[in-house]
Design a protein around this ligand. Structure first.
Ligand SMILES: Cc1ncc(COP(=O)(O)O)c(C=O)c1O
Length: 395
């Protein structure tokens, strides 16, 4: 007899991207070219060739087969602290930097460090589904903070967030640039959330997986925010990052978590228990990237940014009744024209009839039935035209 599954895990929905992949027909429907998979956020470029050469040699070194320190290779923590200090105009010490087994792992550790079963964390909706899944498994109560369509895209409101804080609240989570909406929060909004968290003695967990895909004015000093310049940041901010997207290293599983000493101590216990250390080879890849590939990375990220122009052009050239609500970094968030219909049905029909795979808004929160998420950074400009054409046909 199969073992009884922990109910907290049993009630979590199946991994959403795998579920959506089942909606695609084996062969493209009649009249449509290749299947167009815009479901998962994967960079549309390969890792740098010199990185692959280096990793071939690194893998042949027996030393690479061994564990590293729990919080990562000291030289990588040092290199990342230097890089972040420069980028954010702040003094971030290596002791504040942990290397993690990807950013999802960083998120799980950050939230487990500050909250347990019965505690509350405020999560803007639409949310990244893995965040919600983790909370359910942990018995952490998700307090959904609705995002509304506004100037920057889709944004959470600071007063609404404040009204949700109770004695059980442990943290607020923000993702900027956002998954699923692509919205980049203004520095003022980030600062207001920081001050709110500080006032209430709770953590601000900021997932910056897509920070390298923000538009940067040529030559301008343009940090994503200046929160690390606050003297209080170690008591308030937990910043998360991923090497997956910027360096095209999704399979190497390497990310980071930056926090003050109390959180870092908790994280070292959690990391030791779950992974012992991040993959050694992934850490070497990240270190090589930081030391040698900043120019290459900026070029690749710049190309992804250009796709936004291609997306806008495609939507103008092929106007449909699907409305582009927000876009940025890897994602576009669309309002579909079939009001009242579940976004799951709409996305399933697009897959079946058009060979177009996008994710339904409901994967990112029950309130999101009018929306679809398009991971456009998987595509090239021609495929974005195909996307816009498909939407005309089904609009
Ligand atoms: C907001 C966000 N955080 C974290 C991750 C996962 O990153 P990693 O591959 O480093 O675990 C993703 C991946 O899609 C993401 O969108």
């Amino acid at each position: 007899m199969a073992p009884k599954i922990n109910p907290a895990v049993d009630i979590v929905a199946s991994p959403p991207i795998a579920e959506a992949a089942n909606w695609l027909p084996d062969r493209p429907p009649q009249g449509v070219g290749a299947l167009l998979d815009l479901a998962q956020a994967i960079p549309n470029y390969n890792p740098a060739p010199e990185l692959l050469d280096y990793l071939g040699k690194a893998a042949a070194d027996p030393a690479t087969a061994f564990y590293t320190q729990i919080l990562g290779l000291p030289q990588l923590r040092e290199a990342l602290s230097v890089s972040l200090s420069t980028e954010y105009g702040a003094a971030i010490s290596p002791a504040n930097v942990a290397i993690t087994t990807g950013c999802n792992h960083a998120f799980c550790m950050a939230t487990a460090a500050v909250a347990g079963a019965g505690d509350e964390i405020i999560l803007p909706e639409p949310f990244y589904f893995n965040h919600d899944m983790w909370f359910t498994m942990q018995g952490i109560r998700k307090v959904a903070l609705p995002c509304r369509e506004e100037g920057e895209g889709m944004v959470p409101d600071i007063d609404e967030a404040e009204a949700m804080i109770t004695p059980n609240t442990r943290a607020i989570v923000l993702i900027s640039p956002n998954n699923p909406t692509g919205t980049i929060y203004s520095e003022d909004r980030l600062r207001a959330f920081y001050q709110l968290a500080e006032r209430h003695g709770i953590a601000l967990i900021l997932d910056e997986t897509y920070k390298d895909f923000r538009p940067i004015d040529a030559g301008a000093v343009n940090p994503p925010h200046r929160l690390f310049q606050e003297a209080s940041w170690p008591d308030v901010l937990i910043q998360l990052y991923s090497f997956s997207k910027s360096y095209s290293l999704t399979g190497y599983r390497v990310g980071s978590l930056v926090a003050g000493p109390a959180v870092m101590e908790a994280v070292s216990k959690i990391a030791d228990t779950i992974t012992i250390c991040p993959p050694h080879i992934g850490q070497l890849a990240a270190l090589y990237g930081l030391q040698n590939l900043t120019g290459w990375r900026n070029e690749q990220c710049g190309r992804v940014l250009q796709l936004i122009d291609a997306l806008d052009t495609a939507f103008k050239t092929h106007p449909s009744s699907y409305q582009l609500i927000s876009r940025g970094a890897f994602f576009a968030y669309l309002r579909h024209p079939h009001g009242g219909r579940s976004s799951i049905d709409v996305a399933r029909d697009l897959a079946k009839n058009q060979g177009l795979l996008v994710l339904p808004g409901e994967f990112f929160g029950d309130s999101q039935q009018d929306y679809l998420r398009v991971a456009f950074a998987n595509a090239n400009a021609g495929q974005l035209e195909d996307l816009a054409r498909c939407l005309v046909v089904s609009g």
